[in-house]
Design a protein around this ligand. Structure first.
Ligand SMILES: *[C@@H]1O[C@H](CO)[C@@H](O)[C@H](O)[C@H]1NC(C)=O
Ligand SMILES: *[C@@H]1O[C@H](CO)[C@@H](O)[C@H](O)[C@H]1NC(C)=O
Ligand SMILES: *[C@@H]1O[C@H](CO)[C@@H](O)[C@H](O)[C@H]1NC(C)=O
Ligand SMILES: *[C@@H]1O[C@H](CO)[C@@H](O)[C@H](O)[C@H]1NC(C)=O
Length: 406
């Protein structure tokens, strides 16, 4: 759902952040071009050779009811697989992705990949946008034009533009894995603050995050209160309240919020198996699917489909089958599946249970929040206000867990 998210982010100008880029010599930034062409023939062989079960068994048993479904449907998996072999063309996607300005830089032993698109306006606001699992930097790319070129503050005529930085999280896509076993969101937060300040020379900047990116983004907001001067989230790195918690606080939900809350309940009761597996047995799922593109397609594709608005691929959503295949191709071809699932094992405090009495970030910087009705976790405004200096809370009736695409 690119447009509304971008518009909301444009609200950041309300806080008049100065932008001053100071070049830095300590880090060597290298231009980067994706070239995974050599790995494509093997991937296509595996996809073609993968056998799927006869429909009778599975089709008679599967349920496709949204968040409580039995998983990706066999028919959808077969369709996606067919498209991967016949109409999807990695070379074309790679060429298109390479039109962006990609760079790498070594920070604390991690080869950090990032896209950096500059607006050209002198007052552009630097912003770093952080994806999660099973996303990649690609899920944020549809926002670039809206942010760097033509964002417009809602209800205002003045244009706001951004200098957009989109990294791959450590261990995802084209960023190398964390160098140590004990590496959590706070460490990634420190690396990304260095990227924005010491590498790119931005003295102050804004952060946007979703999923694990919200954990890292919140940590940046909390740890670096002189440089992170605004945060926008659409997910919190704490456990969402239960319906009983919400009722105990006498919070009344709108009809849309009731749907959002039910999506969260469904995730808790019938959608978190992957979370437990990746937190406890990352090796098993990581190694099982490492060289199995159709397996990764089922595991990752299911999340894109179920966690997104049911109207995905229509209206403002650009979450098509092709987009799902682009994301999964990056996981497979960049050989990042196993390192990506380790983020769950390495962050035992991610999305931790809390009563929200002691989680206020140590900052006076503004926090902006957008709830998307079809996300898989829902936090009423009162809960979001407990974690930071909340100045804007918006509810969107369209969109889900990957609001940059759908
Ligand atoms: C990608 O790398 C291969 C070798 O692996 C090379 O033949 C090809 O020309 C490269 N493609 C691009 C677009 O640089
Ligand atoms: C589908 O799931 C919803 C809850 O998300 C439930 O209320 C509904 O009864 C289910 N429908 C079917 C046909 O199972
Ligand atoms: C909720 O409402 C009930 C009944 O009006 C009241 O007794 C209770 O104190 C309220 N709870 C909170 C947390 O405001
Ligand atoms: C920033 O964090 C430091 C250390 O936690 C704290 O002392 C200071 O008050 C914070 N600044 C703001 C503006 O909140």
């Amino acid at each position: 759902m690119p447009a509304p998210l971008a518009l909301l982010l444009a609200g950041l100008t309300l806080f008049g952040m100065p932008v001053d880029a100071v070049p830095t010599q300590r880090f060597q930034i290298k231009p980067f071009e994706i070239n995974l062409s050599e790995r494509v023939p093997h991937m296509l062989d595996l996809i073609r050779d993968t056998q799927l079960p006869s429909s009778e068994f599975v089709a008679a048993r599967e349920s496709t009811n949204g968040t409580l479904s039995t998983g990706i449907s066999l028919e959808t998996l077969k369709d996606l697989r067919e498209e991967w072999i016949t109409s999807f063309n990695w070379e074309e996607e790679q060429a298109s992705i390479n039109k962006l300005h990609h760079f790498t830089v070594n920070i604390e032993g991690i080869n950090v990949h990032f896209v950096h698109e500059i607006s050209g306006e002198p007052n552009a606001i630097p912003i770093i946008l952080l994806h999660g699992w099973p996303g990649t930097f690609l899920e944020i790319v549809p926002l670039i034009d809206l942010l760097a070129l033509k964002s417009q503050l809602e209800g205002e005529t003045a244009k706001t533009t951004f200098n957009v930085v989109i990294p791959s999280l450590p261990g995802f896509g084209f960023s190398s894995s964390p160098p140590t076993k004990a590496w959590d969101a706070k460490d990634s937060a420190r690396v990304f603050n260095k990227l924005m300040t010491q590498v790119l020379g931005y003295r102050r900047y804004a952060v946007h995050g979703t999923d694990w990116g919200s954990d890292i983004g919140y940590s940046m907001y909390d740890q670096f209160n002189t440089t992170v001067r605004a945060l926008h989230l659409n997910f919190l790195p704490f456990s969402p309240p239960t319906p009983a918690d919400i009722a105990a606080r006498n919070i009344t939900l709108s009809p849309g919020e009731v749907i959002a809350e039910q999506r969260g309940v469904d995730w808790e009761t019938g959608g978190n198996g992957y979370f437990v597996e990746q937190a406890t047995k990352p090796n098993t799922i990581g190694l099982a699917l490492y060289d199995n593109p159709v397996g990764q397609l089922a595991w990752i594709g299911e999340k894109f489909i179920i966690w997104s608005d049911p109207r995905q691929g229509t209206g403002p959503s650009v979450l098509t089958h092709k987009e799902i295949l682009r994301e999964v191709s990056v996981y497979y071809l960049a050989r990042s599946f196993v390192s990506s699932v380790y983020i769950y094992a390495q962050n035992p405090n991610g999305f931790v249970q809390t009563d929200y009495s002691n989680v206020k970030a140590r900052t006076d910087a503004p926090l902006l929040y957008t709830t998307f009705e079809y996300n898989i976790g829902f936090w009423p405004e009162q809960y979001v206000a407990a974690v930071g200096n909340l100045v804007s809370y918006k509810f969107r009736e369209f969109g889900g867990h990957f609001p940059g695409v759908g």
